[in-house]
Structure formats: structure tokens, C-alpha cells
Design a protein around this ligand. Structure first.
Ligand SMILES: NC(=O)N[C@H]1NC(=O)NC1=O
Ligand SMILES: [Zn+2]
Ligand SMILES: [Zn+2]
Length: 502
């Protein structure tokens, strides 16, 4: 046999190794594409770095996506070329939004993984936890979680985790719930009233009890939309008893604070089991988007002081707006529970500043402009949900000035406590060993949210914040050391990672 024929197998082997190497390499985006900064090892310098030990002037050393050291100004010696000096701009841990509806797959025209995570990056949010409903199908099983992950992979600019849905169909099926938890959802979410989405039906207290028992084993939380539909003066959707459906007051009457109160009262019969030594010790219940700052909040405070494992969030729209200023027909402001009056808003701020409300989330729940019925202005028929993802930091900062909100408080509310709720030990603080997830922003810089302002939310026209003047401009966002957003531009390739619980 000729030598060249004998060499053929060897040549083929070499060729296939080469091809394999090439395929692998091209499927993994290079740092250059993931980041607007070409370094793997670098320093971020600033006069205002918010750490758990206070605000320092100095530098954060990043290597391989993690924070490897934090150096105070007086100890700073390195004269590295790989240094980004942000001067007086604030460096904070990236925000972790534990409540966002990204609607992908199935309703990506409402919001998708690419658009939603671009908006997040532009707003300084480095981790999003996606809600199990508004996408189609809802995330209620291992199969549907798989579809979520597939829709997210290679399309996300920030890290994204997933809540699973607790619905009547799976609530009494511990095996199915365990499978969903084992497949990586960070916890479960359920509704105590109709969710507005057909394949996400509401749960009652028995479902919630069952869900909590399974969650206790995995030490993951149950998030609950706490409103129970009572027979109110008006029934929603169409049965408006002659009141003007374009009037905000009409909508407000359809969802009184007593709906929240009734739900929370009911939930507390379950959370008492979560106390130390109780039958559901290890389980945790989190009330999402609290609007009622009166009886509902009082009940939560009391339960916490009795030792229930319970936390509560509110959202920027309840802190920024009040019922009195919502114009008739302006359905951009329709959400559930509704935005209530000014004195309620002030009480929410008080509770936030005193630590009775644990954390903040966006409840970003957009849709297409058609379903917001903007031209018709019918509050009873329009989609309920606020579109706000990109603006949560400047909104809470701007509207919080009056109440004396500090950078440290924003960090606790937007990063530290959300990280804890979502079980993300390596996120939520600028600390050695953590992921280098950071936002760099100028709290004092003001801007008009007008047509010239780059908005990355899919349907900007429905955002409740358009037209507002805000303070607090995001300059840069780092996700695991990648500079994913800088002054209006995103990194070329989405290199965010799906987060799965293990
Ligand atoms: N389905 C859905 O997103 N509902 C959300 N919208 C809203 O305003 N409150 C919610 O719970
Ligand atoms: Zn809700
Ligand atoms: Zn929601």
C-alpha cells in the first residue's frame, strides 16, 4: 500500500479534531463579543463604591468574572492599564429584579428575552427572575421549563432565573412539583385571584399549603399574588354598574384594599407553620407587589414579629404615582393591585424606610399597545400591568429623595435582599468572591424620558414613565465581569446565563 493511503486514517482523525475544535470554539462567544471592554482582569475605580461595609473610595478588582479584591483609595498602588476610572459616579451591585414577566416563548411580541434583558442591562439590572406566566405555555412543569430555557439561551444580555408556577393542576402532585424544583426553578409563584392568563389558574389555601410543604424540603420560597376577589361595589370587566369605565376612580373601586387584606389574612393561617419548630419550617412565603399600606401591611408586620418566615415587596409604580394624578383613560397606569391614593403612597415609603417592606421589584408586565386600549381608555377592559423594567433605579432614587432614601438602602432593597430571596449567594453585594455584577451610575444626572431617550422595552409607548423627568443615569452595567451596556450601547453578543437552582 502507498504511504499516502496508510496515512489517510491519521489525516482524517486530525481533520475531525480540527473541525471539532473549530465548532466548539465558534459556539462559544469570545470575550470581545460578550463585553464592551477587552479585559478579563481589570480594576473599576470610583470615589463612591457601595459595599456592605459602607461607601468607599477605591477600586474593585475583577478577574475571570468575579470580584477578587476591593482596595481602598489609600491602599491603592496598582498602576494598571486595565483600569476604568469612573470618578465620582456610583458603583453599586447590579440590581436583581425578582419579578419580571418576559413573555417568551409564546408572547414575545409583548416582551421577549432579547428586548427584556436589553432593557434590564440599560437599567443597571444584572439578574432577572422571570415569572411563570404571560409566556405561553406557562412555566408549570419540567417540559414547559425546558421551553423557557431554550427560549432564553443565547438570547439574554443579563443572567436570568425562573420561578415555576404553582397551579391547581400540579399543587397536589408532589412528584411533579419536586421534578420542577429539581429541574432548576428557584421557587414557585401562585395567584389567589384570576391571573388574567387562561393557562395559569388561581390557587386556594389548600393548594398553597401543599406547595409550601414541598418547597420547605428544598428551602425555596413561594411567591404569592395576594388579592382575593370579594363581591365589591362593582364587579370588574364590564359590569361597571353605570360608572364610567374610562375613569380611574371606577377601576380603583373594583379592587379595594380589602382584597389584599383578605388574601393576606388567609395566607397568615399558612405561614404560622413556617415558624421554627413548626410543621413547615424551612418554607418561606413572599408577598409580591404590596399596594395597601394600611391593614395588609399591619398584618404582615405582626406575623413577622411572631416569627413567620415571611417577606414582602412593593414596586416603583406604587411609590411614584398616586390615584389622584392618573388621568381618565390613561390605561398605562392600570395594574393589579391598583395604584392607590397619595397618603397610601407616603405610608409605603415610610414602611420601606423603616424596613417593614423587605425589597423592591419591577413587576414589569407589558403587553402590546392594542391590548392596553390606549385610544379607547377603558380601564375595566385594558390589560393590567406596568411596563417599567428599564427605569426602576432612577424612579426609586428620584421619588425617594423626599423620603431620604440612601444609596445603601437602594442596595439592600434592589440587590442584597432580592439575592437572598432567589437563593443567589454569589450575587447582590460588592464582596470578594462574588460575581462581578455591577451598575455604574450618576445619581445626580437628570434626564427627560422623551422620544429621544433610548428605551429598550419592546413597546415603549405603554410605559407609565414616559414624559417624566428623572434623576439617575446608568453609565455602565457589568454582568460577571462583562461590560454588557455602556452609554446607550449593548455588547454585540448576549452572554447572560440562565440560572438554575441546584
Ligand atoms: N398576569 C400579570 O402579569 N398580572 C400582573 N399585572 C398586574 O398588574 N398585576 C399582576 O399580577
Ligand atoms: Zn401579580
Ligand atoms: Zn407580576
Amino acid at each position: 500500500m502507498d504511504l499516502q493511503w496508510r496515512l489517510l486514517p491519521l489525516l482524517m482523525l486530525l481533520a475531525s479534531i480540527f473541525i471539532l475544535f473549530f465548532i466548539q470554539d465558534s459556539s462559544k462567544p469570545s470575550r470581545k463579543d460578550c463585553s464592551l471592554l477587552p479585559y478579563n482582569h481589570f480594576w473599576i475605580k470610583s470615589k463612591r463604591i457601595v459595599t456592605p461595609q459602607g461607601i468607599i473610595s477605591g477600586a474593585v478588582e475583577v478577574n475571570g468574572g468575579n470580584i477578587v479584591s476591593i482596595v481602598k483609595e489609600e491602599d491603592w498602588k496598582a498602576k494598571s492599564k486595565e483600569l476604568v476610572d469612573y470618578g465620582e459616579a456610583v458603583v453599586m451591585p447590579g440590581l436583581i429584579d425578582v419579578h419580571a414577566h418576559l413573555d417568551d416563548p409564546g408572547r414575545a411580541e409583548w416582551e421577549g428575552f432579547p428586548s427584556g434583558t436589553k432593557a434590564a442591562a440599560a437599567g443597571g439590572i444584572t439578574t432577572l427572575i422571570d415569572m411563570p406566566l404571560n409566556s405561553f405555555p406557562s412555566t408549570v412543569s419540567t417540559e414547559t421549563l425546558k421551553l423557557k430555557i431554550e427560549a432564553a439561551e443565547k438570547k439574554i444580555y443579563v443572567d436570568v432565573g425562573f420561578w415555576g408556577g404553582l397551579v391547581p393542576e400540579n399543587a397536589f402532585n408532589a412528584t411533579a412539583l419536586e421534578a420542577l424544583l429539581l429541574a432548576g426553578v428557584l421557587g414557585l409563584k401562585s395567584f389567589m385571584c384570576p391571573s388574567g392568563i387562561n393557562d395559569f389558574p388561581m390557587t386556594n389555601t389548600s393548594h398553597i399549603k401543599e406547595g409550601l410543604a414541598v418547597l420547605a424540603k428544598y428551602r425555596r420560597p413561594l411567591l404569592v399574588h395576594a388579592e382575593i376577589q370579594e363581591k365589591s361595589e362593582l364587579l370588574s370587566e364590564g359590569e361597571n354598574g353605570g360608572d364610567d369605565p374610562r375613569s380611574y376612580a371606577t377601576y380603583l373601586k373594583t379592587r379595594p384594599p380589602s382584597w389584599e387584606e383578605a388574601a393576606i389574612r388567609e395566607l397568615l393561617t399558612v405561614t404560622e407553620d413556617t415558624r421554627l419548630g413548626g410543621p413547615a419550617e424551612g418554607a418561606h412565603l413572599h408577598v409580591v407587589h404590596l399596594s395597601d399600606a394600611s391593614s395588609s401591611l399591619q398584618l404582615i408586620k405582626e406575623a413577622k414579629s411572631r416569627g413567620d418566615s415571611l417577606t414582602v415587596e412593593t414596586c416603583p409604580h406604587y411609590l411614584a404615582f398616586s390615584a389622584e394624578e392618573i388621568q381618565d383613560g390613561d390605561t398605562r397606569f392600570k395594574c393589579a393591585p391598583p395604584i392607590r391614593d397619595t397618603s397610601n403612597k407616603e405610608k409605603l415609603w415610610e414602611a420601606l424606610m423603616e424596613g417593614h417592606i423587605d425589597l423592591l421589584s419591577s413587576d414589569h408586565s407589558p403587553t402590546v399597545p392594542d391590548l392596553k386600549l390606549l385610544s379607547d381608555g377603558n380601564f375595566l377592559r385594558a390589560w393590567g400591568g406596568i411596563s417599567s423594567l428599564q427605569f426602576v433605579l432612577p424612579v426609586t432614587w428620584s421619588y425617594g429623595q423626599k423620603y431620604g432614601v440612601t444609596l445603601e438602602q437602594l442596595t439592600q432593597l434592589w440587590s442584597e435582599r432580592p439575592a437572598k430571596l432567589a437563593g443567589q449567594d454569589s450575587k447582590g453585594a460588592i464582596a470578594i468572591g462574588n460575581h462581578a455584577d455591577m451598575v455604574v451610575w450618576e445619581p445626580e444626572a437628570e434626564f427627560d424620558l422623551n422620544a429621544n431617550y433610548p428605551v429598550f422595552i419592546k413597546n415603549p409607548s405603554i410605559s407609565a414613565y414616559l414624559g417624566k423627568r428623572l434623576s439617575g443615569k446608568v453609565l455602565a452595567t457589568f454582568v460577571r465581569g462583562n461590560l454588557v451596556f455602556k452609554e446607550g450601547n449593548h455588547a454585540p453578543t448576549p452572554c447572560g446565563a440562565p440560572i438554575l437552582a441546584t
